[in-house]
Design a protein around this ligand. Structure first.
Ligand SMILES: [Zn+2]
Length: 73
């Protein structure tokens, strides 16, 4: 009886822990996606062809995908 309660409690806490980790993971991933789409520092405006594009890899200089010219922030 004591053993059964012990394993039940361990299993219950493991389930709660896994659910909390999954919830935190999904929540943090959603926040990250939101940051990526809304962060204005990833939105680039080409001064040559006036094309607006998103580049999340570069922070100072990026290449315009339309005309291939370099753009500075
Ligand atoms: Zn361009």
């Amino acid at each position: 009886m004591i053993n059964l309660n012990f394993y039940f409690t361990i299993g219950f806490f493991l389930c709660v822990l896994i659910a909390m980790i999954l919830y935190a993971w999904i929540f943090s991933r959603k926040g990250k996606d939101k940051d990526l789409t809304l962060d204005p520092k990833f939105i680039w405006f080409c001064s040559i062809c006036t094309h607006t594009y998103i580049n999340t890899r570069e922070e100072t200089i990026s290449v315009c995908p339309r005309c291939g010219s370099y753009n500075k922030k």
